[in-house]
Design a protein around this ligand. Sequence first.
Ligand SMILES: C[S@@+](CC[C@H](N)C(=O)[O-])C[C@H]1O[C@@H](n2cnc3c(N)ncnc32)[C@H](O)[C@@H]1O
Length: 414
Amino acid sequence: MTTKPTTTIRIDPDVKKRAGAVFDDIGISMSAAITTFLKAVIREGTMPFEIKSDRPKPSTNPVNAKLNHAFIVKKDEFYTQYEDVEKEMLNHQKKLKGKTILCNCDDPFESAFFRFFVIHFNRIGLAGLMSTCYAGSQMAGREYPLEGEAGAYKAIVTEVPDDGVMRPDGSLDLESLFAMSGNSLMYLVGDGDFRSDECTALLTEADIVATNPPFSLFREFIELLVNHKKEFIILGNMNATTTKEIFPLFRDNKVFYGESIRSGDRKFFVPDSYPLNATGCGLDENGRRFIRVTGVRWFTNLKTSKRRKPLELTCRYSPDEYPRYENYDAIEVGRTQNIPNDYDGVMGVPITFLDKYSPDQFEIIMLANGNARTNVPPKTLSKVKYRPHPEDRGGVGIINGQRSYARILIRRKF
Ligand SMILES: C[S@@+](CC[C@H](N)C(=O)[O-])C[C@H]1O[C@@H](n2cnc3c(N)ncnc32)[C@H](O)[C@@H]1O
């Protein structure tokens, strides 16, 4: 009997384990399998199979939701809770009827937006639902991992069975959904960036965009929607409100806060790699990692009911209680609820005023912050009689020589 020499090869333990399970099924040993492979190499004079990248070709291939998905570590990965989406969207049901919705930062298998619109597709009477995922997402493919390397894909839904696709355990039977002839799940050519040509082509087809875009790209995202003249209902942080791109939209009544979320913090799911010791981070009862974020608001250009409801004003103006700014022809109103009901001039109110803003009641003139001198048109600055003050750092209101906070300058409508 000849003794074969022992050869040591390095194999990734996980690869070894998974391949071993296949060989067990077939009934051959690992050693026999490797010998068979090496003999095939000798016989063919090359690798005995074609070697190609796992990444699927940009095509109309249906996605095989079976194998693994690699993730790129990335921030901007706060995933909205279903309850938050539902609460807001149910307020807009009538406006959504007959419309095609685009969720363009949303893995259909993870997104509460996609889930909401599938569940309510027939009840609302949607014409269609499109959703794209981003290849860089840490969550994409987590529930229904995709075959191959991390790739972006798009889901198109034009029909949902009358009895829905909800399984008894509450999950959506998306395999059945995508098996319907009017629906599809396809790879995208690129990485699913909402600015890419193929994603903006979907945007062109859509009527309304509903999503929670990456916080770091929020301004760019909203600008894209405005430039495409799309309706939208998107989640963002109110910090974005005072930026030079977004504040003019509020001023010109092109964007409002939505119907729900006016205070407090919201819970968002985060990937498991998110540091648990980060402020506001915790684990829910199912072991899912979440973070609490303050200052979250819906931003929308859909008509909302709240913005038409005037604020009840109970305070009366007195020069003692409402000091004048030294650099603006306006009075300081430290709290929105203290806006006097008998003052006709310009008033500086906190940014949180936007939570209560009704365009029928008030006109927004400008934002008096450190960028006012550069961002506000000179005509507007002269309208409020702005005169630079050595302490105003670009346009913050000054009272008794002291800088106030950033304020929105408003005037009552009559
Ligand atoms: C704040 S998360 C919200 C995810 C989902 N919309 C939700 O609310 O649960 C933003 C998502 O946008 C994805 N994303 C990041 N950069 C993107 C880009 N340039 N284009 C499209 N999506 C992007 C992230 O991977 C992440 O999945």
